[in-house]
Design a protein around this ligand. Structure first.
Ligand code: GLP
Length: 244
């Protein structure tokens, strides 16, 4: 779906998320959201916060799982996805702290594997992802599933692609400060969501959006696996849709 601008598009996506939360509330169920970081979802979060403040939208029944976190990364670090999510969403809504799940960038050594398996298990035990929000990286990654990621992959440690580190460099004040690794939900984890919405804004995403939507399904462009999902929508602005 191509909108004339990203603001209008983000408000529509936030509306879908709030409708889902309310629907689950009405039947006394939890709503399990998979959440993304990056610049793309910021307006969606802003709109959800507005709905909380002005329309009484409650997040008391919401459980969240974030896609990824840099490794190593302290929570308190301004570049952490933990910091990002609290700044843009969690600090402003009534979600219980224990319902928030973000991969822990401080785990190390042997325990990382156990940690990733436990993260995966926690998603399953919560009932699975009802809704997964995604952005897309220029390498075609979703979460941090870089080129080469297997469609059957679960939550794991990944080595970041050079292009991804270049794109992250301004936020870290130089590429030498960008971590080389990350923990990411896998492609199988993402694809297990009942509903997926991918956000793409601006012309610098147009090329990767074209490859993802119209190209062959391949691990060279991990986001192409979304073509096989039965309930996935790409929400774009005019700029991101120019090559389609
Ligand atoms: C990072 C995140 C991705 C995100 C991507 C695009 O790599 N790990 O989840 O989709 O950036 O970011 P942006 O939305 O800022 O373009």
């Amino acid at each position: 779906v191509i909108f004339s601008n990203s603001n209008e598009a983000s408000i529509k996506v936030a509306q879908e998320i709030s409708d889902l939360i309310r629907k689950k509330q009405a039947s006394n169920k939890t709503c399990v959201l998979g959440l993304a970081t990056g610049s793309s979802p910021i307006k969606v979060y802003e709109e959800l916060v507005r709905m909380h403040n002005e329309e009484g939208l409650s997040f008391a029944n919401v459980i969240t799982f974030n896609l990824d976190e840099y490794l190593p990364m302290e929570r308190e670090n301004r570049q952490s996805y933990y910091f990002f999510m609290h700044e843009h969403l969690f600090n402003h809504i009534d979600i219980p702290e224990e319902n928030i799940n973000i991969p822990d960038g401080t785990v190390s050594g042997e325990s990382v594997i156990q940690y990733c398996l436990a993260y995966e298990k926690k998603i399953k035990n919560s009932g699975g992802l009802d809704f997964q929000l995604l952005g897309i990286g220029r390498t075609g990654h979703v979460g941090f599933n870089e080129p080469g990621s297997h469609y059957n992959s679960g939550t794991r440690v990944i080595t970041l692609d050079h292009i991804t580190r270049v794109d992250a460099a301004p936020a870290f004040l130089g590429i030498e400060n960008v971590p080389r690794k990350a923990i990411t939900m896998g492609l199988a984890t993402v694809l297990s969501a009942k509903r997926i919405v991918l956000l793409g804004w601006g012309q610098n995403k147009a090329e990767i959006i074209k490859k993802t939507v119209e190209g062959d399904i391949s691990s060279h462009v991990p986001a192409t696996y979304l073509q096989q999902h039965g309930n996935c929508t790409f929400v774009l602005d005019v700029g991101a849709g120019t090559e389609l």
